[in-house]
Design a protein around this ligand. Structure first.
Ligand SMILES: [Zn+2]
Length: 118
């Protein structure tokens, strides 16, 4: 296949494996992957992140975006935090980005600050 390192079938198999994970485990896998795509060029840092888009159709057609914060594994004794949806919300204490996570204690994926979500 021109321009691809892996075959369609291989990516399909990987996607099916990821689909079997509960969201907090999927987030943990992506935490190990997305930061490797960070690019620093001309003084500009570009980081690949995971985000949620919430749209309340009664209020607006425009979704609210929040970056998915990485659970603080030290705080959770090596665990991933609660097995729940990305229900914890808040703002990064350092860069003020809107955040969402399954965990109340997490790291901002944009700047790396430790944050408390509720
Ligand atoms: Zn931040």
């Amino acid at each position: 296949m021109v321009g691809c390192v892996t075959a369609d079938e291989d990516r399909d198999r990987l996607a099916k494996q990821l689909l079997e994970l509960p969201v907090h485990e999927l987030v943990d896998v992506l935490r190990r992957v997305l930061p490797h795509y960070t690019e620093d060029e001309y003084g500009l840092r570009t980081t690949l992140v995971l985000a949620t888009a919430n749209k309340d159709e009664d209020v607006s057609d425009v979704p609210d975006l929040a970056l998915v914060a990485w659970p603080d594994r030290d705080y959770y004794d090596g665990g991933l935090g609660p097995d729940q949806g990305l229900w914890e919300e808040g703002h990064c204490a350092k860069c003020a980005t809107d955040l969402a996570s399954n965990a109340k204690r997490a790291y901002c994926p944009a700047c790396g600050a430790r944050c408390a979500l509720t």
